[in-house]
Write a new protein. Structure first.
Length: 88
């Protein structure tokens, strides 16, 4: 539910430079929705640290990185991303 609100606001603000969503219990599904919504934004820093993101959510990182040309920092520490998610 909370991730949907973030996605809605991201659609309204394409010039956002920093987004911190740490420690919000965002699941794989929520993380995927937020990452898809970030594509094409001017984000320079993005944090999804300390959420409940596992390998399924981590697979959306690469497409997001390809679509966020200004991103210089991505924080994913404190999640449940294993080897499979890290290499996807």
């Amino acid at each position: 539910r909370g991730a949907k609100a973030v996605v809605s606001k991201l659609a309204q603000n394409r010039l956002l430079e920093r987004l911190e969503l740490l420690d919000n219990n965002i699941s794989d599904e929520g993380a995927a929705a937020v990452m898809r919504a970030c594509v094409g934004h001017t984000l320079a820093e993005f944090s999804l640290a300390d959420n409940r993101i596992g390998d399924p959510g981590a697979r959306w990182v690469a497409p997001m990185l390809e679509g966020c040309k200004f991103l210089t920092a991505l924080h994913l520490s404190g999640n449940m991303i294993g080897d499979l998610g890290a290499t996807s």
